[in-house]
Design a protein around this ligand. Structure first.
Ligand SMILES: [Zn+2]
Length: 356
């Protein structure tokens, strides 16, 4: 190898992607990934509101993510938009980027950024567990893997979501005179829970809080079969006995629940592994169902990518950094602010019909 070639291959990862006040910045490509402040060019991993914010100049994302942003923010959520498909490669400035499924929610993507022989994968939020409502997570070999750490502690093992749904259906069978109210984040979790209920063989109507209608109908329009769905609004209290209703987590603890006969309150979240959290929220039936990888999922994924360097962000960074270091990998926490876990932040929007 001649001297010039050696020089060219020595692009350091931090010259390609660098955390900044607006989020992860790619200088040679002239864009930010999931920026938390308005920027000129944004590349967005998925539709959750902490990753997909309005007000950017240009937005590049999957069609589903763009559609979800349009549903939430209106037609003028960005100056311009461009849709990119999984597996498609696009050149931006001096880098090329490629989208791969992240298995988190419909349209969610990992973004592989390649520059002069170095590949960095920004995985956004992801899970390696099966989900009938979105494309399965794909392992992308890379030099640097950027991983979330929402459940980055060995205590977090989510188990099988289908078993949690069995618990819900057993409770429905046991208490035919009561209604079941399942708190689930409106984008992704709710549709996954409905699809899992259908997979378990339950084919009665499932009821929805009004705040979930638009996004759930959108999932159906993209070919996700969810069976007979009805709105709670206008239903008589007595007719809701023995039924299942999905609602944003915040709605399951407010006055809205008075329309249900003696409701059993459930909550579908990875946090339900922590009994104190369930108690604190007054959850009678905790369902451990998460759209984030658990400890085993995080560590298995890091292994599978073959990355020699791991950057850990949003969540419990320390334990995962320690795990990587013990394995001989270079690892560091990324100081990115503004990302949270959606299960902990799903207020019913003021403009949605909270009476529904
Ligand atoms: Zn997310």
């Amino acid at each position: 190898m001649n001297f010039a070639a050696a020089y060219i291959t020595e692009m350091r990862p931090q010259d390609i992607l660098m955390p900044g006040p607006a989020g992860l910045c790619c200088k040679p490509g002239g864009f930010h990934i999931d920026p938390v402040r308005p920027v000129e060019r944004a590349v967005i991993t998925h539709g959750h509101s902490d990753h997909a914010r309005p007000g950017h100049g240009a937005v590049l994302a999957t069609q589903e993510t763009l559609d979800m942003m349009r549903l939430r923010y209106g037609d003028n959520f960005a100056g311009s938009t461009q849709a990119i498909a999984y597996g498609e490669q696009i050149k931006l400035g001096d880098v090329s980027i490629k989208f791969h499924p992240a298995g988190h929610v419909l349209g969610s993507a990992q973004i592989a950024v390649s520059c002069e022989g170095t590949c960095i994968v920004a995985s956004g939020d992801y899970k390696d567990a099966p989900d009938p409502t979105c494309a399965p997570f794909e392992v992308v070999p890379c030099d640097v893997f950027i991983t979330e750490a929402t459940f980055g502690l060995p205590v977090f093992r989510h188990g099988n979501a289908a078993d949690e749904i069995k618990k819900l259906l057993a409770s429905v069978a046991l208490f035919p005179e009561r209604s079941h109210l399942v708190g689930a984040y409106s984008l992704g979790k709710a549709q996954r829970v409905i699809a899992l209920i259908r997979e378990a063989g339950y084919d009665a109507p499932i009821y929805l809080h009004g705040a979930m209608e638009k996004i759930t109908r959108y999932y159906e329009s993209r070919g996700v079969a969810l069976g007979d769905l009805r709105m709670v609004k206008g239903m008589k209290k007595a007719d809701l006995a023995g039924t299942i209703t999905l609602a944003p987590p915040s709605a399951t603890s407010d006055i809205w629940t008075r329309r249900f006969p003696d409701p059993v309150t459930a909550f579908a979240s990875g946090w339900m592994r922590v009994r104190a959290r369930a108690r604190q929220r007054g959850v009678e039936l905790p369902l451990v169902i998460s759209d984030h990888a658990d400890w085993d999922g995080l560590t298995a994924t890091i292994d599978a990518t073959g990355a020699g360097e791991v950057w850990v962000t949003h969540g419990q960074e320390d334990a995962l950094v320690h795990w990587c270091t013990a394995k001989g990998l270079t690892a560091r926490p990324l100081d990115l602010v503004g990302y949270g876990d959606e299960d902990e932040s799903d207020p019913v929007p003021a403009d949605e019909d909270t009476e529904a």
